[in-house]
Ligand binder design. Sequence first.
Ligand SMILES: [Zn+2]
Length: 298
Amino acid sequence: MNLQDELAFAESWHNGMLVAAIALITAALIVFLFYQLRVSLIRTYKEKHDFINDQEIKWLKRVFVLLGIAAACGINLYGQDEIGGPGVSFFVRLFFSIAGATLVIYISALVLQYYYPTRLNKKLRKLRYTPRTSSTGSKMKLLSEDEEDVHLNEGMQAEENIFSIDYDVWIDEKSGEIRIEKYQGHLISLQCNNCGFYTMRVQREEIIEKNEDGSPRELLKHYQCTYCKNVRATQFSINRKEADDYKHVKPKYRKGTRNIEVIKIEVVSSLGGKKSFEFQSVEEAQKFLNEFDFDKVA
Ligand SMILES: [Zn+2]
């Protein structure tokens, strides 16, 4: 390559990189806005919750991949007058641009995987527990179904492949209108007691006790934190009521306890023994305390 060719190559390379960087940043912005638009077009809180729970991290990852590649193009513009056409420093810079893109994409993926779910969870809880509006326009109330009760997904009651579901039942006190929302228990992230991130998800579930007729009664959920690998197992009783049965349930409202994630009770004996217990609801903890006998559990 003679000098003139080299200069022409360098110029078109740098122009191309500039155009690509601008195009990629624009594309990232469009992808981000497109996602926001899709979310804003969803009408109900429940559908919004499910869509965000399933999609938000995926879409943000796309945005950061585009930004990472844009960063690579930007790095290729560094010192363009000195570096010029294809020489050693040209390839060194090319290498650094690829490393830069990898870094941006890798770090954002880590943030989205471990830090971001905590923020996402706040958003999701807000969507799940914002009072619904009934068809007559009045505010609905959330029924206090005991939180430890779970239901098994229809058709998935084979032992290896159970997925529990939670029902939220909303009632309009004036008209008696009832709305039932179904949440997939294994898709909801809980806060890890060890690292504090919202990265704890159900790994597997097993039926540990059955009724006389063979239907499941107690379910053990095994959780694992995807960040620190901490594990937790919690027992739930299985409610045999189906969604429609809630229409006949006597309203029993939740007090201000719906945001309780876990209740920990630590019992210290004067003999030096110590035991700790975890519960999902105030009712469960109360029941435990009423029946508590240190000798039995020690
Ligand atoms: Zn953890």
